[in-house]
Structures are given as C-alpha cells and as structure tokens.
Design a protein around this ligand. Structure first.
Ligand code: GDP
Ligand code: MG
Length: 178
C-alpha cells in the first residue's frame, strides 16, 4: 500500500475526500504552507502536494497528499487516488448536514472498494463557525467510532488541530511499518 519506510523515515500516501466546499484544499494549504486563503480556487480533478514533518521521536514522515475535487463529475476518478493510499481523510463541514451525509457515502465507498488496511480519519472542518454548527461533535465521534476511524474537528481558518490531524493519522503507521 502507500506506506513505505527507511529506518526512521516514513513515506505516507494520503488522500482527502469529501463534498465540494468543506475545506479540503484549505486544510492542505494550511498544513503545507501555513496559510489560509479565503479566495482559494475550486479544485479541478485533483491536486498533489507533499510535506514532511518530524515527530517527537525524530521519525520523519513525508506525506504525499492527494487533494481531490468533491464534484459528482469527478467521483468516478476517486478510486485512482484512494487506491494505494495508506490514509484516507474524509472531511465534512460542521455547518452542513449534506456534507456529513456525503462523508458517510465516502466511508462506505472506501469500505467497499478501498484497501482493507486503509486507515480512515473523519474530520469535521470549519470548527471556528460555532454559531452556525449543525453537526454536534458527538455525532461525528459516534460515526467515526462505529466505523473504526480516527475523529478530529479542525479549522483551516484558525489552524486549530490541523497539524494534529496529520500526526494522529500516522499513529497507526508505525507498528508494524508497512
Ligand atoms: P474544498 O472544495 O473541500 O477543497 O473546499 P475549499 O478548501 O476550497 O474551501 C471552501 C470554502 O470554505 C472556501 O471559501 C474557504 O475559505 C472556506 N473554508 C475552508 N476551511 C474553512 C474553515 O476552517 N473555516 C471557515 N470559516 N471557512 C473555511
Ligand atoms: Mg478543493
């Protein structure tokens, strides 16, 4: 699969899936460049970025990140990106019930057609929009737990939990190293 190791240097292929507009591209830009651009452009097809982080034990992890487009017309392309991925990050927007349903669709698709050992993370993004929240934290947690996924809420706008998302999603990558 997408994990590869060289003593303490690990390479991890990670794919982001989720409805259009939930903030996938902003999450990646925040993680890779430390920026938030409120005028960011809609992703066409998919885009690729990489970023290397050092963990506390001095392991380095190089993320090879595939940021997909959420639009229906690209859905048929999704398997090209999630096949071979070690980690699938499924994103919804905490202010959008539709996007939470769409996230569940992606989880089912990954369960049916993804690699059996793919690590999945469920991410509720736009956590800064408290007053517009429609999906309680507990709903995200419950769904993730039932489906054996990591769960975290993030804000690409404030940077809250963005690095943590990438760090926790690697925690199952280490033993055994794949
Ligand atoms: P994508 O289609 O999933 O890649 O979504 P984008 O990354 O293009 O973001 C869609 C819209 O949501 C943009 O207008 C962003 O500025 C906005 N957005 C993304 N992340 C956040 C966030 O954490 N908080 C807020 N308030 N807005 C966000
Ligand atoms: Mg995008």
């Amino acid at each position: 699969n997408g994990g590869a190791s060289d003593s303490k240097n690990i390479r991890v292929k990670l794919v982001l899936l989720g409805d259009s507009g939930v903030g996938k591209s902003c999450i990646v830009l925040r993680f890779v460049r430390g920026q938030f651009d409120p005028t960011s452009k809609v992703t066409v097809g998919a885009s690729f970025l990489s970023q290397t982080i050092a963990l506390q034990d001095s392991t380095t992890v190089k993320f090879e990140i595939w940021d997909t487009a959420g639009q229906e017309r690209y859905a048929a392309l999704a398997p090209l990106y999630y096949r071979g991925a070690a980690i699938a990050v499924v994103v919804y927007d905490i202010t959008s019930p539709d996007s939470f349903s769409k996230a569940q669709y992606w989880v089912k698709e990954l369960q049916k057609h993804g690699s059996p050992d793919i690590v999945m993370a469920l991410v509720g993004n736009k956590a800064d929009l408290h007053e517009k929240r429609e999906i309680p934290v507990q709903d995200g947690m419950d769904y993730a737990e039932k489906n054996g996924m990591f769960f975290i809420e993030t804000s690409a706008k404030t940077a809250d939990n963005i690095n943590q998302l990438f760090e926790i999603s690697t925690s199952s990558q280490f033993s055994p190293i794949r």
